[in-house]
Design a protein around this ligand. Sequence first.
Ligand SMILES: O=c1ccn([C@@H]2O[C@H](COP(=O)(O)OP(=O)(O)O[C@H]3O[C@H](CO)[C@@H](O)[C@H](O)[C@H]3O)[C@@H](O)[C@H]2O)c(=O)[nH]1
Length: 472
Amino acid sequence: MNKAELIFVPAPAIGHLVSTLEFAKRLIDCDDRLSITILCPKIPFMPFTDTYPKTVLASQPRNRIQLIDLREIDPPPLELSKKSPEKYMCVLIESLIPTVKAIIQSILSSHSNSNSTRIVGLVLDLCCLSMIDMGNELGIPSYMFQTTNAGFLGLMLYLSTGHNQTSTVFNESDHALSIPGFVNPVPQSALPTALFNNDGGYTAYIKLAKRYRDIKGIIVNSFSELESYAIGSVFNGRVPPVYAVGPVIDIKGPPHPNLDQAQHENIMKWLDDQPSSSVVFLCFGSMGSFGSSQVREIALGIQGSGYKFLWAMRMSPITKENPLNMLPEGFLEWMKDRGMLCEWAPQVEVLAHKAIGGFVSHCGWNSILESLWFGVPIVTWPMYAEQPLNAFMMVKELGLAVELRLDYRMGVDLVMADEIEKAVKHLMDFDCEVRKKVKEMGEMARKAVLRGGSSFNAIGQFIEDVIGSSSC
Ligand SMILES: O=c1ccn([C@@H]2O[C@H](COP(=O)(O)OP(=O)(O)O[C@H]3O[C@H](CO)[C@@H](O)[C@H](O)[C@H]3O)[C@@H](O)[C@H]2O)c(=O)[nH]1
């Protein structure tokens, strides 16, 4: 039996690692001939991304998935990440190309000695598309694992072909865009925040979009039942083959060093004591945090709604202010028996709990897939990255979420308590139409990944295209 190896290069961010590592695990489960080497870039100010892959892969057989850390000796200046996180990430990844090339060359030469395994492809994160040329030099084709949806793929296609690239950044004008994969015209306010950034964000995006045509195949973390329009025929002939393999979610949920066992147990025990579908969960991804006026409005909004709550509050990495000090006077006293606060929530377990009735989310794609999986409807509060586009898709295209905001701009907008209260009341209404649709979609998601389901078949097709045949 010929052995085949894939080399993954994920982005060093939790929201990207969760699905990429899970996809790697699913591939080796599917086909005994496959082994995977994951080259993990590191970012100095994100310590969790250091430990996370090791923990997740600890139980995997070493001869099937191996992890190699890529440490940048001289990372780009931190100042750049404040101007544009996207640009920072692209510069960091570009600087790693010589190291990655040397590692792959040494793997190639070890295989040439044994002659039993061949490297059949690179599986790159969006941020790592600058590695395509290096792959070509080594005779290895590049695939992309896109940690978001097919709608985002449509946007990248639009940016690389339809959009006039002589213009500079987008400007939130009223003019809506006709983006492949979307039925409705997309308002410019729903575009990723980087496209409004003329400090490097816009150019980084355009550069990445242009590389899409150089990839051999695009794996998206979505499923055809969810994005039937986009995953249908819209992209045929315009982009490389698309494999919709999702939802690729880690049902165990990412372990976090800031969530100790006692805190974890407290949260789950408190949820156990609550009636079914009675608690609203607020969580804004691995990085979302708010300033004091917004924290205050959220607290008053929850209070006004009258619902019990679990709220994951993160300290801002910039101000380092403790969010507990931002709460309105008397709130901590009022919330006794009514709610819980934590820094990092065991989100997947929380969403799986029967007590959770709704989710106020920043619309990171993993959070959206996890909430669909467990049939929990969300209220949209996009904060950064491509989250406004995800929110637009969920509310306007698919009718699968309750709208709070579609185009919130961090540090500029303030969502008022009465808006939050109204959205939470709508969300938690048991007869809410969105809730029924979300439950149905959740069932379709579970079927998609089972043997014979659309996503299961797409993984088989990917393996077949990469190795030449599939035992999936
Ligand atoms: O308190 C928390 C917060 C997060 N999570 C988990 O962390 C992951 C977060 O992923 P996601 O919801 O996608 O948010 P981000 O971390 O913000 O993800 C980044 O990556 C996503 C996938 O590309 C993009 O959709 C987002 O816009 C981008 O910010 C999920 O698995 C959550 O379950 C927890 O377990 N507990």
